[in-house]
Ligand binder design. Structure first.
Ligand code: UDX
Length: 441
């Protein structure tokens, strides 16, 4: 099929390349000329394993352009995957989507289906359909554009796999013809297809993401309580996860969720509820717990230091999770300002996130080429991302290189007994030793 993808950010580019891999001809459109220039040279604009190879393999089926007419004129399906950034009040900013829809109305010359992958508040796709109808009438165009909500569930770092082996495809439509077109688009994908109305499809996306965020915040609270009563949150999670009704994923306690989706989508749904005079208490709690959890290590560190002034602090991992160079809403960013305000010297290591960190903190930090360099002469070490390189580190390295082997691990990378055996004073999440129990039973 002839496909156009509007907005080749994370979701758009991965979707475009995966659809080309399935044999479709895909025109990728973006307003960012530099991004399009790089893509035309075969350079992948995001950090995602396999994607550049796949782009290369399918280069004959992929076109990159900044020209809306070229992309939309003859497309059978137009996928919209532009950003819906958070506004100050927590609501989603729909400006980019509206711009795209206006351009589509001007450019199309045939009947087509618009599939909206951008995460949008419930009711948005109905409004877009109405907007298009009005515009086509004003432009006196005799074409039919149908709007389908087609939310995306891919995760950064595993985006290609998540797309090609999706857990489900959700189609929110108001007519059968557009469902048929979308089913043809996804013909070669072997996964369940959920067909529903547009509003339910929009809600599925928010409800799924917010549920996962809630699951994480719940485990983080259980972890905090485990510390108080002397239990081990990892054992608790293992014992819970075997119950199929709960499931064993997204039960890892840590220093909170970050990234481009959970923080934004929890606030957006909370905003939507408020706007409709309803309070979503569970999601409100998930947001509050996450904010507090991000600085949980800082609270633990205050037991050891009144101030970080003049100290060398090693920071291992800055991205919001491993497998990505993305720093959006990363817990590391909630902590770094505390150290800097206190006058600490920060020795930072991350395998791929440092270029993005440099865009925020240019001269203030020391960027280290290796974990060892970061640990050298450090008074304390903070782990914010569970990169494999950190997990695989010989624990004796800490005692060998640091001035004081004091490690605050926000991602539970090591077993506390092993850290102790390696001579490390070790603080992690939800796993305080029995000796620290302060609840009588
Ligand atoms: C998420 C959803 O998983 C995906 O379906 C949606 O389309 C976009 O948002 P992503 O943001 O890429 O994907 O990352 P994800 O792997 O879900 O992790 C999000 C955050 O939660 C990370 O900061 C991660 O460290 C944290 N997390 C995840 C935990 O703290 N504990 C867990 O058990 C799982």
């Amino acid at each position: 099929m002839n496909i156009a993808v509007a907005g080749v950010g994370y979701v758009g580019l991965v979707t475009a390349v995966c659809l080309a891999e399935q044999g479709h001809r895909v025109t990728c459109l973006d307003i960012d000329e530099e991004k399009i220039r790089l893509l035309r040279q075969g350079k992948c604009s995001i950090y995602e394993s396999e994607l550049e190879e796949m782009m290369d393999r399918n280069r004959d089926r992929l076109v990159y352009t900044t020209d809306g007419d070229e992309a939309y004129r003859w497309a059978e399906v137009i996928i919209i995957s532009v950003g819906t950034p958070e506004k100050k009040d927590g609501s989603a900013n729909l400006k980019y989507i509206h711009d795209v829809v206006r351009q589509i109305a001007r450019s199309v010359e045939r009947d087509c289906v618009i599939a909206v992958k951008s995460t949008v508040p419930v009711g948005t796709n109905d409004k877009l359909a109405q907007m298009l109808e009005d515009q086509l009438r004003d432009l006196r165009k005799d074409v039919r554009i149908r709007v389908v909500s087609n939310p995306e569930f891919l995760s950064q770092g595993t985006a290609v796999k998540d797309t090609l082996h999706a857990s489900r495809i959700v189609l929110g439509a108001e007519d059968e013809q557009s469902v048929d077109v979308m089913k043809r688009l996804y013909e070669s994908f072997n996964c369940p297809i959920v067909v529903t109305d547009r509003r339910s499809a929009e809600m599925i996306k928010y409800a799924a993401n917010d549920f996962l965020a809630l699951k994480i915040s719940y485990m983080n609270e259980i972890a905090n309580l485990c510390e108080i009563v002397g239990a081990n949150v990892e054992d608790v999670a293992a014992g819970m996860g075997l119950d199929k009704r709960i499931g064993d994923r997204f039960l890892n306690a840590g220093i909170g969720y970050g990234g481009s989706c959970f923080p934004k989508d929890t606030k957006a749904l909370h905003w939507l509820a408020n706007y409709n005079d309803y309070e979503l208490k569970t999601i409100k709690a998930a947001i509050e717990v996450n904010e507090a959890q991000k600085i949980r290590l800082m609270k633990k560190a205050r037991k050891y230091f009144h101030s970080f002034s003049g100290l060398n602090i090693a920071i291992l991992g800055v991205t919001f999770k491993p497998g990505t160079d993305d720093l959006r809403e990363a817990p590391s960013l909630a902590n770094i300002p505390f150290f800097l305000e206190d006058g600490a010297r920060l020795q930072v290591w991350d395998p791929v996130g440092m270029d993005n960190l440099k865009k925020i903190y240019d001269g203030d930090l020391t960027y280290c080429a290796s974990i060892e360099e970061s640990l050298l002469n450090a008074d304390a070490c903070f782990i914010f991302t569970e990169w494999q390189e950190i997990k695989a580190l010989d624990l004796r390295t800490y005692a060998r290189l640091m001035k004081r082997p004091l490690v605050f691990d926000g991602r539970n990378c090591y077993a506390p007994e092993e850290a102790k055996a390696a001579g490390i004073r070790y603080e992690s999440i939800g796993r305080s030793g029995k000796q620290e129990r302060n609840v009588l039973v």
